[in-house]
Design a protein. Structure first.
Length: 214
């Protein structure tokens, strides 16, 4: 597996909400590079590509002790299977999340994100189009409002995705990289969780998940 680069998150990302100026709408021309960046990442992640990755993780639920361990994931473009060395979500050590209708949603994190939202949080981009959606700027941060339910993507000064927002007051902040974020920090009503990417590789078709799928 390929080793991930060291993860370094700017602390300013976490204090931005308290100090940022009021957001203002941007013109369609100014929005173009952000929409294009989002659609490129979306096509890359949700296209016909199979990946596997190993994360070092920590989960701190609102009720219960902090748990640390390793999280392995396998992604085939529509379904994500995960296994954890420690129960990061309740008493669970494995699960499956699917974009398919009627698919499962057993998340490795505290909280109640929908399957597509939980998958997007792990992969760093949601399978939602940004075309024609409202775009606004607050200081150096640019936000695309992806739907009317509270889902949004926020971009930093370098044009990379730095945060995703979800219904229910859940936010995930990233250190963006390709094909997967180097680090993600999630916070919401259910608690907080952090993942640092240790390694990743292509997942060849026909290669079984060790110990079988969840």
């Amino acid at each position: 597996m390929r080793r991930a680069a060291p993860a370094v998150l700017a602390a300013a990302l976490f204090s931005a909400c308290a100090t940022a100026p009021a957001p203002v709408a941007v013109s369609a021309a100014e929005a173009v590079p952000y929409v294009a960046q989002w659609e490129e990442r979306r096509a890359e992640v949700y296209g016909p590509r199979r990946l596997k990755a190993l994360y070092k993780g920590e989960a701190a639920p609102k009720i219960g002790a902090i748990v640390r361990g390793y999280l392995s994931v396998w992604w085939d473009g529509s379904t994500l299977v995960w296994k954890a060395s420690a129960p990061l979500a309740g008493d669970l050590r494995a699960g499956r999340m699917s974009l398919l209708p009627g698919g499962e949603n057993v998340s490795p994190f505290p909280g109640r994100l929908a399957p597509a939202d939980a998958i997007g949080a792990l992969l760093g981009v949601l399978d939602l189009s940004a075309a024609g959606r409202p775009v606004e700027r607050a200081g150096e941060l640019v936000t695309i409002r992806l739907d009317g339910a509270g889902r949004a993507a926020q971009f930093g000064a370098d044009g990379r995705i730095v945060s995703l927002f979800f219904p229910g007051r859940t936010r995930v902040t990233f250190e963006s990289a390709r094909p997967l974020p180097l680090r993600l920090d999630a916070s919401g009503p259910g608690g907080t969780a952090s993942l640092a990417l240790e390694s990743w590789a292509e997942w060849p078709s026909g290669e079984a998940i060790p110990g079988g799928g969840a």
